[in-house]
Design a protein. Structure first.
Lengths: 115, 114
């Protein structure tokens, strides 16, 4: 069974640009959640999608948005990039809603560098 | 405010030795507690998930304990191997009206040396 796939693996952008990250969940998983990981803050929750609907959102500005398609694949978009957006962005899929008994299965992330 | 604190921040041990990582939380209402292992440059991998009624759970050489009364958990690694070098993250799930909410610890960085 294929794991969670995130593309691209690495990305370099300049301030003010926008970026779209992609996540393909494990087959059969309907929940996809996104996280930002930085050395100082650890993992921080961005948002969760379940059956194409955003179900939960973390404390991030509106520049961070996402969507989920009917095949459960998800995309995350960050507009007007800032230097502080440089981070590892992780996507996770699960059978149930995040936080329920099912484990989260993480991808290997997209490393975004903003210059 | 829901918080998860892990200790120590970092740890160096010799191969073959045992070690214990700690996790204290103030998350409520409690739903479950998870331990994840994250290798450098990779996404976290689930080790264990424990609910309120589970005191101990093992996954190979990894054994997690949970004391819901004191809101503490530990992850014990037996006979460590070089491949255990990683960050270990404690995550606590809280029940909310909008579904479960996860609170992440900042992790313990473990290095196993020869």
């Amino acid at each position: 069974k294929a794991g969670v796939t995130q593309t691209p693996r690495y990305l370099i952008k300049t301030r003010g640009q926008q970026v779209t990250l992609s996540c393909s969940p494990i087959s059969g998983h309907r929940s996809v959640s996104w996280y930002q990981q930085t050395p100082g803050q650890g993992l921080q929750f961005l948002f969760e999608y379940f059956s194409e609907t955003q179900r939960n959102k973390g404390n991030f500005p509106g520049r961070f948005s996402g969507r989920q398609f009917s095949n459960s694949r998800s995309e995350m978009n960050v507009s007007t990039l800032e230097l502080g957006d440089s981070a590892l962005y992780l996507c996770a899929s699960s059978l149930e809603r995040q936080g329920a008994k099912s484990p989260l299965h993480f991808g290997n992330g997209t490393r975004l560098t903003v210059t | 405010k829901n918080q998860v604190e892990q200790s120590p921040q970092s740890l160096i041990i010799l191969e073959g030795k045992n070690c214990t990582l700690q996790c204290n939380y103030t998350v409520s209402p409690f739903s479950n507690l998870r331990w994840y292992k994250q290798d450098t440059g990779r996404g976290p991998v689930s080790l264990t998930i424990m609910t309120f009624s589970e005191n101990t759970k093992s996954n190979g050489r990894y054994t997690a304990t949970l004391d819901a009364d004191t809101k503490q958990s530990s992850l014990h690694i037996t006979a460590s191997q070089l491949s255990d070098s990683a960050s270990y993250i404690c995550v606590v799930s809280a029940l909310t009206g909008g579904g479960n909410k996860l609170t992440f610890g900042t992790g313990t960085q473990l290095k196993v040396e020869l």
